[in-house]
Design a protein around this ligand. Structure first.
Ligand code: PEP
Length: 250
């Protein structure tokens, strides 16, 4: 079945030493065996030392973004191969903050997804509606469009490693977690839509994470939902104690 994944997105937090110290403490707290897959996403500058610290541990490391070209005159960008060379195995693509503040589109998400898959990085593809889109009844159309755009030109076999992260924009960093009913409704819809758009087996095996103000106090009820296969956690992944409470939710 689908093994849950709990992923921490550190965003623009922690310099190298802090990131490495945190990784050590997290490893101590979580132990050498976990009941769920665990991943942390430091900034690019901390990827290599955090990967070294977590080498041979059950905690995976992911980048927060990626560029689609493999090399060339693209000042400031980081390729899939460069990410993989740090030891990182995962990458977050299309986070709503990238979409909101850095011009990320479904088209660039698609290019980044292809680049990640070409280097065997496990992509966490983020989708989600804004407050206005939800209140005007557009949630499902928005999500469909984001999935279609992201998966364009990729076969079911190629899409097999993809993890979807449903992150309603209005729930990110706001303390307003979506209700369990809302989350299950959307996750079931996403699985059904992925089945129709690609293949049923792919949809059944695809991990769909929820993200948006997840904390130790609400993770258990979210994880109990049939179509929730883990969480993408921002704020509550920044302290070892709170992240540990999420990873060890049961
Ligand atoms: C996120 O950044 O992906 C996120 C879900 O943040 P938070 O948990 O802080 O809402």
């Amino acid at each position: 079945m689908r093994r849950p994944l709990i992923a921490g997105n550190w965003k623009l937090h922690k310099v190298c030493d802090e990131a490495v110290d945190f990784a050590r403490e997290l490893l101590d707290a979580v132990g050498s065996k976990t009941e769920v897959d665990v991943m942390v996403a430091p900034t690019f500058t901390s990827l290599f030392p955090v990967c070294q610290t977590l080498k041979s541990s059950p905690i995976s490391v992911g980048a927060q973004d990626i560029f689609w070209e493999s090399k060339g005159a693209w000042t400031g960008e980081i390729s899939a191969e460069m990410i993989a060379s740090t030891g990182a195995t995962h990458v977050i693509i299309g986070h709503s903050e990238r979409r909101q503040f850095f011009g990320e589109t479904d088209e660039t998400v698609n290019k980044k997804l292809k680049a990640a898959l070409s280097c065997d990085l496990t992509p966490l593809v983020c989708i989600g509606e804004t407050d206005e889109e939800r209140s005007t009844g557009k949630t499902f159309d928005v999500l469909k469009g984001q999935i279609k755009g992201a998966f364009e030109g990729l076969s079911p076999d190629e899409l097999a490693p993809v993890v979807l992260a449903y992150e309603p924009v209005w729930a990110i960093g706001t303390g307003n977690t979506a209700t369990p009913e809302m989350v299950q409704e959307v996750h079931a819809f996403l699985r059904q839509f992925v089945a129709e758009f690609t293949q049923k087996d792919l949809a059944n095996g695809m991990r769909i994470l929820y993200g948006g103000s997840v904390k130790s106090g609400n993770i258990a009820e979210l994880m109990a939902l049939e179509d929730v296969d883990g969480a993408l956690v921002g704020g509550a992944s920044l302290e070892v104690e709170s992240f540990k409470g999420i990873v060890r939710y049961n």
